[in-house]
Design a protein around this ligand. Structure first.
Ligand code: CA
Length: 222
């Protein structure tokens, strides 16, 4: 799962990025002005966007309006200043999905991001149940045949993403887009390494490979 932070206060942006990646296990991109934010949001596949409103070059509400009018459905959590309650209303009216007032607790931001992403994948249960596994993104654990597994970060990211899209065939390019930060080097063979490790842990049948198309987890497509 990958999140874009659009925030011009660099320290805050870095703190949010750190919490989202280290505690939340999200891939994270940062944009520190509105122009870059809009460009990144238009050209990358994000699972959620954390959007400040007061930004240099292009303000947050303009970004939101542009994305929604262009048909982007990515959930957007707006960050607003305490002294401007009108921004909350304006943001929601322009298509934001949630908001937080600064200053906020990092734990609350994380929980809200997870909740937005679950909703956008139509998975109201915080624990993903697929292929005999119970995958808990909050604790980064997997229950399998009565045992609890704690997975390495990237392996968990892959499993979580495939589980969110259970029953679908997900291409390697798509997986790479959602697992890695903007700056990360992308080697498509790493996906095969993670897949093979997940199969060793949870059984060879867990993830199906569809030649030339990608990977799939969960119920077979009819
Ligand atoms: Ca700002």
């Amino acid at each position: 799962m990958k999140i874009l932070i659009v925030e011009d206060e660099l320290r805050l942006a870095r703190n949010v990025a750190k919490a989202l990646s280290e505690v939340g296990n999200f891939a994270v991109d940062i944009a520190t002005d509105g122009e870059d934010g809009l460009h990144k949001a238009r050209t990358n596949a994000y699972d959620a966007i954390v959007l400040d409103l007061m930004l240099p070059k292009v303000d947050g509400l303009t970004i939101l309006k542009a994305l929604r009018s262009e048909g982007h459905r990515t959930p957007v959590l707006v960050l607003t200043a305490k002294d401007s309650p009108d921004d909350v209303v304006a943001g929601l009216d322009l298509g934001s999905d949630d908001y937080l007032t600064k200053p906020f607790e990092m734990g609350e931001l994380l929980a809200r991001c997870r909740s937005l992403i679950r909703r956008s994948y139509d998975r109201p249960d915080p624990v993903l149940r697929v292929g005999g596994l119970q995958i808990d993104p909050r604790r980064r654990t997997v229950q399998h045949q009565g045992r609890e597994h704690v997975l390495p970060a990237m392996e968990f990211r892959l499993l979580e993403y495939l589980a969110m899209r259970a029953g679908e065939v997900v291409s390697k390019e798509d997986i790479l887009e959602h697992l890695y930060d903007f700056d990360a080097e992308r080697f498509s063979n790493v996906i095969e390494v993670y897949v093979s490790s997940l199969r060793k842990r949870f059984g060879a049948d867990l993830i199906r490979t569809l030649r030339g198309q990608g990977y799939s987890i969960g119920q077979e497509q009819p």
